[in-house]
Design a protein around this ligand. Structure first.
Ligand SMILES: Nc1ncnc2c1ncn2[C@@H]1O[C@H](COP(=O)(O)OP(=O)(O)OP(=O)(O)O)[C@@H](O)[C@H]1O
Ligand SMILES: [Mg+2]
Length: 228
């Protein structure tokens, strides 16, 4: 089981305490929503999890191991962080092909992930001309290349139209239902109530609340109470 664990993680940048002794679990088979105000430390936590930032203290693990110790990491965890950059001159297909080749994955995966995210029709267009929502889909396709058992997505709903939102919700629910782990940060509380099995709220780098999403306007009230 590839559950995600954040265990007493702290990260300071100079005098800024971005993450402050934060611990939580994102269990397998569930969608965990990671919430908190701007600057709360969500992206920093996800970057620690993905081995992009060294924590000042503590450890984050995926399936029990820190990212750097995962052999063939793309086959364990797929990630989409803020502002995923693609070379603007590459087409969606050539971008995916480059990642696929570097990771030693099967050739058929490129077509499969393009189909999965609904980008097959744009496979041979240059990414420089992609809309924000198309970029989000291509970033997700890239994350899915290795058929990972965990997905870590930083604000994946950003830029998606209502049809895209509904599609993403269904996709992530099905993905988690298959036994995989999904950890997403988002500011869209209405989406959280529809998609998440588990909610983690942080503010100023600290854990404020974790538990199941509450119905109705409960989540917004709870969020404003604990994170405001
Ligand atoms: N590389 C860095 N150097 C200096 N400070 C940083 C760095 N990365 C993050 N920070 C600071 O750490 C704090 C947490 O930032 P972070 O990006 O993790 O927040 P966030 O919860 O993702 O916010 P948002 O909802 O706006 O995306 C902020 O005060 C930010 O300025
Ligand atoms: Mg962020």
């Amino acid at each position: 089981m590839t559950s995600i664990s954040v265990d007493h993680v702290s990260k300071t940048f100079g005098k800024v305490v971005a993450v402050d002794d934060l611990s939580f679990e994102a269990p397998a088979g569930a969608v965990t929503a990671f919430l908190g105000p701007n600057g709360a430390g969500k992206t920093t936590t996800l970057r620690v999890l993905l081995g992009l930032v060294t924590p000042t203290a503590g450890e984050a693990t995926i399936g029990g191991a820190p990212y750097r110790e995962l052999g063939r990491p793309l086959e364990h965890v797929g990630a989409v962080l803020e502002s995923s950059g693609f070379h603007p001159g590459l087409t969606a297909a050539t971008h995916l092909e480059a990642v696929r080749t570097a990771a030693g994955l099967a050739a058929a995966r490129v077509g499969e992930v393009l189909d999965q995210v609904g980008l097959a029709g744009a496979a041979h267009r240059r990414t420089g001309g992609f809309s924000l929502g198309m970029r989000q889909r291509l970033a997700l396709a890239t994350a899915l290349l290795g058929e990972p058992s965990a997905l870590v997505l930083d604000e994946p709903a950003n830029g998606l139209d209502p049809v895209g939102m509904r599609w993403l919700r269904g996709f992530l629910r099905a993905y988690a239902h298959d036994g995989n782990t999904v950890l997403i940060s988002t500011h869209v509380l209405s989406e959280v109530e529809r998609i998440a099995d588990h909610v983690v709220i942080v503010s100023a780098g600290r854990l404020r609340w974790s538990g199941p999403p509450t119905a109705g306007s409960g989540l917004e009230d709870l969020y404003l109470e604990v994170a405001g």
